[in-house]
Ligand binder design. Structure first.
Ligand code: TRP
Length: 376
């Protein structure tokens, strides 16, 4: 484990749409009956990832449509019946939510993305040298911005990588993939439209892998959920595979508070968007204007907590659940936690999951950490 200084500010590559890149799509229906990949690009596969169809550099594997409506219905019913109403944060990320989150990453107050990007830029060559992957797998890839740093490092190392992004937002995945293919002429992409909590098996394969989970998304899990999730990630890996985890670190409370209460109100819009997702998916009648965005740092639990607070007493009808939900004035729906870590927390968490810590990277600001582990 070692400490590095922050890298100089990056220059962002402007995305440019690329037309006419050949593509193959699979949809999973019956996993048990799934044929193994042979030479046909339009086949579903389980188990080892396909080596890539000749001619098709993008393969889109649709494991999930519309963010799992039945699971959403169950989670909404359960969550809104609790004394402290709750909604599971993964439903933030429909296409609009994914775009809003991408906008959050550019906010002046939201230091996380910038800091992690600069750190990754400084350490990507070392990570690639240590992990020497054939496949780069990204859980919750979003707009794949940080991916470029690893792809660049892989290219510098003379590799011909395959990129395996997994994300719930099909639109975001396709747009990002097209742009990457335009910028990386030798890149193969196997994109998985899926919920990385449910479709981790897509990560399995015989090639040496580097799995990355960035953006401190691990902080959006409770401690138990995080342990369970990381254990499942570790179980999918073979000895010699590596895992890179990005974690936001405990810091000045005012800095943390500002990052989730931006002046432009993008985070508020993002928070309220979960209500629109429910309106659309479950024929609900949430009025997003009836809720305030509330985010604060709970120092004892070392986490930001995010809520939607009803401005006045009112009721909401959820058509698909045949359910009426009453809100008192000031009552909140808990939508998100964002836990903050120390280096020791992170290393212990990786070890509990069955990873052997390889390196720890953090910038001079101590704002953000990247932990590289390997399968024991
Ligand atoms: N992983 C991000 C974080 O914890 C997710 C996030 C950032 C987020 N801003 C948000 C989630 C606002 C919901 C609302 O920082």
């Amino acid at each position: 484990m070692q400490t590095l200084s922050a890298a100089p500010a990056r220059t962002r590559t402007q995305p440019h749409p690329t037309a006419g890149i050949e593509e193959a799509t699979t949809k999973s229906t019956n996993p048990a009956a799934a044929p193994r990949w042979r030479d046909k690009p339009l086949r579903l596969q389980r188990g080892p990832l396909p080596a890539g169809a000749r001619g098709a550099r993008l393969h889109v594997d649709v494991q999930l449509r519309s963010n799992g409506r039945a699971a959403l219905a169950r989670a909404v019913r359960r969550g809104l019946l609790l004394p402290q109403k709750m909604l599971p944060p993964k439903y933030f990320y429909d296409d609009y939510g994914s775009q809003l989150f991408d906008a959050i990453c550019d906010l002046p107050e939201y230091y996380l993305t910038r800091t992690e990007h600069a750190l990754l830029e400084a350490v990507a060559d070392e990570v690639v040298a240590l992990a020497a992957p054939r496949d780069l797998v990204e859980l919750g890839s979003g707009a794949s911005r940080k991916t470029r740093l690893l792809l660049d490092a892989l290219q510098r190392a003379g590799g011909r990588p395959r990129y395996v992004p997994i994300d719930v937002s099909e639109g975001m995945l396709r747009r990002s993939a097209q742009i990457l293919l335009g910028d990386y002429p030798r890149l193969q992409i196997h994109a998985v439209v899926g919920d990385y909590e449910r479709h981790l098996h897509c990560v399995r394969g015989g090639r040496r892998r580097l799995v990355v989970f960035l953006g401190s998304s691990i902080g959006n899990f409770t401690p138990d959920e995080a342990d369970r999730f990381l254990r499942r990630v570790a179980e999918q890996l073979n000895p010699g595979d590596h895992f890179l985890l990005g974690v936001d670190l405990v810091k000045d409370h005012a800095v943390l508070h500002a990052a989730y209460n931006d002046a432009a109100g993008v985070t508020a819009e993002f928070n309220r968007n979960i209500l629109q997702v429910i309106n659309r998916a479950l024929a609900a009648s949430f009025d997003t204007g009836a809720f305030d965005h509330v985010a604060f740092y709970n120092a004892e639990a070392a986490q930001i907590e995010m809520h939607l607070r009803a401005r006045a007493a009112h009721a909401v009808h959820i058509g698909a659940l045949d359910m009426r939900v009453a809100f008192a004035a000031g009552e909140t729906i808990h939508t998100e936690i964002s836990r903050k870590f120390t280096r020791d927390d992170t290393v212990a968490m990786l070890q509990r999951a069955g990873f052997e810590p390889v390196r720890w990277f953090e910038p001079a600001s101590h704002y953000f950490g990247l932990a590289l582990g390997t399968r024991q």
